[in-house]
Design a protein around this ligand. Sequence first.
Ligand code: SF4
Length: 513
Amino acid sequence: MRDLKQILLEEIPEFKAKGEVFLKGELGKMDFKKVSGGFGVYAHRDGKHFMIRLRILSGVLGKEQLVAICNLAERYAVPMIHLTTRQAIQFHKLSLDNVCKVMEEGLEYNLYTRGAGGNYPRNVAMSPLAGLMKEEAFDVVPYAMAANGYFLQRINTYHLPRKLKVSFTSDKADGSQATVQDMGFVATLKDNKPYFKLYLGGGLGRNPRKGIPVDRLLPAEEALYALEAMVQLFTHEGDYEHHHKARVRYIADRMGDEAFVNCFWKYFETAKVKGGLDFSPEMPKYTKVGKRVEINHIAITSQKQEGLYSYYFHPLGGQLDYRLLRKISNLIEPMKDVHVRLSMGEGLYLVHLNGEEVQQVAEALDADNYLLGVEQTRSCIGVPICQMGILESQKALRAIVDYFKAKGNIKESLPPIYISGCPNSCGVHQIAGIGLVGNKKKIDGVLTGIYDVYMKGKCTVGETHLGELIGEVQEDQLPAFLYDLASKIEAAHQSFDQYMEANKEEVEQLLSK
Ligand code: SF4
């Protein structure tokens, strides 16, 4: 890996030179994006500042890396850290100089940014509590980490038509959203041996689709051959001409599901003949001695390791002041084996806490933890930061929470709300109970911000369902619409699903108010 770091370090001056040309206005924003995305960097909408995305391998963040992130954020005056919807950490509002310094210094701590954007295999996602959950087929951590290693070793060499998203799930709740990725691995046991059920060609951008469930199970130790097969399939069968139709799912659309899956196995057999990707996982050993406590707390989950717990921390909108991250880092520093697992929902888990430690953590962090009702709403970064965005999705999130709080009732009757500031779906709105997508249209001759409203999305192994578009609501009326809906569901003493089943028309009327 040392050679790779040297290669990546040597790339930085060239990247910086491109950035300087962009800042002078001599390189267009789309042309710069084509280059910068591959370095995990995107220019802000103001054309002067930049975001850099740290590729936290499957969201697993050790104490040393956590300290390094706090130090980088402090040293380069990062005003706000963003925890993303895919187990990454983003620094925003940086100068070009500081972006390059973060890139360079991060490498010392295995904090990679290469391929965190652009047409590259992205960070491999993983069920955040893999290896710790009582209900899981087997621990997928070593497999996800091997996949990360496989991609990273080659990261500067890829020439793919578009990005490639891969994830590993070990739980029925599909904690890594494997059923809607370009390639999803879902752990399963057959004859007490570990296999993966594959889901291929899914994705949540424009023209979303669920992954195709593949009948033939993959022996778990052949996971890297499957990755190689997908890379080769994508490279050889993908569309390099039409950017908006270049994701893996369009190959499946073009070929048809059965032919696509057969094509995948053809590349798989070729990879197997070539060899070199055999892999025998070293399963993690969890040796910490736990301490049981009687506890009933919304953020705390018992691990399968006796007397150990995880604590979920969710800053509003995934926006985290670095001083709070420092507080978390200091808090867990003396605690044996405790580390961070980033969630797929703009939050983080602190894991391997014994009973005493989890109580200590809850006491220290509860006041800054947003877990009740609409506080759990997720939102992409949106305008005014994102160049591609249409609406200010983070502002919408805060408006919703403020409205509910002003009414004195945070309400628990709504399902999770996910907001994307434009149809690019970074807020994964298609798999939310309520998904909102920023858009604009003329109303009475005035260009007006609206949210398209999707409902009944879900991401669970075997039950994944993409939300259905049921209407739209003007941006400024969004909080009131949601509050009215929550109130009606409460009054009906029904679950959201039951209510929608019986009252879809009434909801549509609320939308047309
Ligand atoms: S969904 Fe749109 S607005 Fe939100 S971060 Fe992605 S591109 Fe930007």
